[in-house]
Ligand binder design. Structure first.
Ligand SMILES: Cc1cc2nc3c(=O)[nH]c(=O)nc-3n(C[C@H](O)[C@H](O)[C@H](O)COP(=O)(O)OP(=O)(O)OC[C@H]3O[C@@H](n4cnc5c(N)ncnc54)[C@H](O)[C@@H]3O)c2cc1C
Length: 535
């Protein structure tokens, strides 16, 4: 049958979770990876700070890493998931090093250990890094291994549209081949979703343009459970560019890694005052939700859209050596960070919620697995500990593939092409049903209502307003989407609705979810995960 491919394991997404799953899965059968853009276009590649693992067994331990993760998670971490993360994480990171990942070494130890960095809410130095381009180094290492693996077939520029469900089981994905502009069907014994987060639902985000919540939306539509949807982490320090305008869709903001604060950089408000000590004893290294809210408060009080990050007390040569990408990027934008303060503000950064899985990546839908940022199994609770998400993708990508090897039922004869036909003549893609200007306007409505109303500080009033606006866009999208832009908009609208609904339902504040009208944490009623599914 034309436009139909079969494999044992279908992996949707080529970031750390997808690549880690592919490497493990290829030991057991044929693997296909779909990526919506180039394989290098991922949040993974943008990761700067590093990957956390207790590889220093003298000053650190997996028990300390466990405690820090649980403390940051504000009462919602699942202990079993965290235990697996911190213990298997050490093994997986060691494998990564054996595969050739070049993490920075400590200068003082001849031939010796790694230069471990400190980040917010970690009580020990445990962040392995490759300068400030750690994600790129990991993506390179895993990518090289995958390319060499003859059992893995990569389809770039191929957008997963929907899961194919037969008799209650997921048997693959219907996808849009963006280069050849045609629909394709990928059938598999097991499908693993690793499509990353949903930062693009927000006006200001550090996330790449591919992060439109597609996998979460696909799984929800197919009947899977989604959970912890209200927990969106806002990174405190994204670079504010002065040309940003509120009425156009903002480009992803460049991140100023937490590791910069870990090395001693301080935050100043627009009166040039250091302010973090007013908010938390850990000052600039308090958990991200606390630092983001403190910056938000200072910005409100000084009526500004940013505060400053000062590296004045850091050694100039060390800045250039330790943060070469940040140094160079800021310089290109007119800032010499060895001299100038950096204008920064919070931006949507990481999604703690997602497709509910067990500790082996299994969802409620047979044949369907999920791992990485699109999945949720209580590792990060209500607030992710810095540098734990690369580790999450590495560990649980591997685990989901190891579990999926038990899916042996062949799907060969089950699909009827006509049943899944989306569009037009000879399999080619018809034009968008929406005009380009309309598409942009709807996207802008979603992104700004999420930023303005479902952001760092929320209330019943703001969330109700957002639900209304999102609902109005949803009504206009009441047809099968055809083009990439329509598919993404539909997915963004759905995940935004679910996030807003969950934020409205949770009438307390916890971790990254802060309700102005319910500022206290209420363990008696809310120390639990909220779950949503169709029917
Ligand atoms: C700027 C930045 C800095 C960060 N720094 C750190 C850090 O220092 N340490 C840390 O631990 N974490 C960091 N994070 C978070 C971390 O990078 C991500 O959580 C992690 O990389 C997610 O990996 P993933 O494999 O789940 O998804 P991604 O790496 O985002 O990969 C998603 C993949 O899914 C594909 N995809 C999406 N939708 C579809 C579709 N419909 N069809 C086909 N393919 C699709 C994409 O093309 C992509 O290949 C950072 C994030 C950002 C944005």
């Amino acid at each position: 049958m034309p436009n139909l491919e079969k494999c044992d394991f279908l992996i949707v997404g080529g970031g750390i979770a997808g690549l880690s799953a592919a490497l493990e899965a290829s030991k057991y059968g044929k693997v296909i990876i779909l990526t919506k853009d180039k394989i290098s276009e991922t949040a993974t590649k943008k990761a700067q700070g590093g990957i956390a693992a207790a590889i220093d067994q003298i000053k650190d331990s997996t028990e300390f890493h466990f405690e820090d993760t649980i403390n940051a998670g504000a009462g919602l971490c699942e202990e079993e998931s965290v235990r697996i993360l911190v213990t298997e994480g050490v093994e997986r990171v060691k494998e990564l090093i054996q595969m050739g990942a070049r993490f920075d070494r400590a200068e003082t130890e001849a031939g010796g250990g790694f230069a471990l960095a400190l980040e917010g809410a970690h009580k020990r130095r445990r962040i392995l890094h490759a300068g400030d381009a750690t994600g790129e180094e990991i993506q390179r290492t895993l990518g090289a291994k995958i390319v060499a693996d003859k059992l893995v077939n990569i389809h770039q520029h191929t957008l997963g549209i929907d899961l194919i469900i037969e008799n209650g089981k997921c048997i693959g994905v219907k996808a849009l081949d963006l280069k050849n502009k045609c629909i394709k069907y990928f059938l598999a014994k097991a499908t693993i979703i690793t499509t990353g987060g949903l930062g693009q639902a927000y006006h200001y985000t550090t996330n790449p343009e591919v992060a439109t919540g597609d996998g979460i939306a696909m799984a929800y539509r197919a009947g899977a459970v989604v959970t912890d949807m209200e927990f969106v982490q806002f990174h405190p320090t994204s670079l504010v560019q002065f040309e940003e305008l509120k009425d156009i869709i903002a480009l992803p903001r460049f991140l100023i890694s937490e590791a910069v604060r870990g090395e001693g950089a301080v935050l100043l408000n627009n009166k040039d005052e250091r302010f973090m000590e007013k908010y938390d004893t850990q000052k600039e290294l308090a958990p991200r939700d606390i630092v983001s809210r403190a910056i938000y408060q200072e910005m409100q009080e000084t009526r500004s859209d940013h505060v400053h990050l000062s590296l004045a007390k850091l050694d100039h040569e060390k800045i250039k050596k330790r943060f070469p990408v940040i140094y160079k990027t800021c310089l290109e934008r007119g800032l010499d960070i060895t001299r100038d303060n950096i204008p920064v503000a919070p931006a949507a950064h990481y999604f703690m919620g997602g497709i509910k899985t067990d500790i082996e990546g299994r969802t409620k839908t047979p044949g369907l697995y999920a791992a990485g940022e699109c999945a949720s199994l209580g590792i990060h609770g209500a607030n992710r500990l810095a540098s734990n998400s690369l580790l999450d993708g590495l560990v649980f990508g591997h685990r989901s593939a190891a579990a999926a090897k038990h899916e042996t039922q062949d799907t060969r004869y089950k699909i009827q092409d006509t049943k899944h036909k989306a569009t037009s003549k000879k399999g080619s893609i018809a034009n968008s049903k929406l005009k380009e200007a309309e598409l942009k306007r709807f996207k802008l409505i979603i992104k700004s209502s999420m930023w303005d109303n479902v952001g760092i500080v929320r209330s019943k009033e703001s969330l109700t307003k957002a639900l209304k606006l999102i609902g109005e866009v949803e009504k206009r999208l009441n047809y099968s989407p055809i083009t990439k832009e329509e598919i993404e908009l539909k997915n963004l609208t759905l995940v935004s609705k679910l996030t807003t609904k969950a934020a409205l339902d949770r009438t307390e504040s916890r971790g990254a979810h802060y309700r102005r009208d319910f500022p206290k944490t209420d363990d008696k009623n809310w120390k639990k995960h909220l779950e949503y599914h169709l029917n």
